[in-house]
Design a protein around this ligand. Sequence first.
Ligand code: CU
Length: 158
Amino acid sequence: MKAFNSARPFSILWMLLFVFSTLTPMAHAQWKATLGAQNHSMGHQALAFLPNEIWIHTGESVTWTSSVDEIHTVSFLTAGQVRLPFQVGCPGFTVTGFATFDGTTCITTPPLVKGQTFTVNFPTAGNYKLVCLVHQNMTGSGACSRFIATTSSWAGLL
Ligand SMILES: [Cu+2]
């Protein structure tokens, strides 16, 4: 008969504590969204942010990934700011693949192509407009998106 190993329950407890401690820094959710869609021939392009409405908590991030060969930008303008051509973008902003947007400074990607990503963290609740600087005349659902906050602790993307 095998003797009961009394050390095992403590090993499992330590393992669980280790796993919990390594997961804690990921408490803020990381959301994923897609830029555009296309058919096999690439002749039909959906010029849209998919989804075009995301509600998140403040402090969370959204990563957009381009899924198409058509170029798009992920751009957040300040309130009332006129869209600049995508060749101009946001003067003074340097793209690193990750940015923080709180509504005070315009941020944008250069035109993204299939497979490229851009992550934005939103530390402040707000009503933020998301646009694509390449397709300035797109209208209707999916053409433009914006963050909306209904309380001080929520932000949403519409
Ligand atoms: Cu676009």
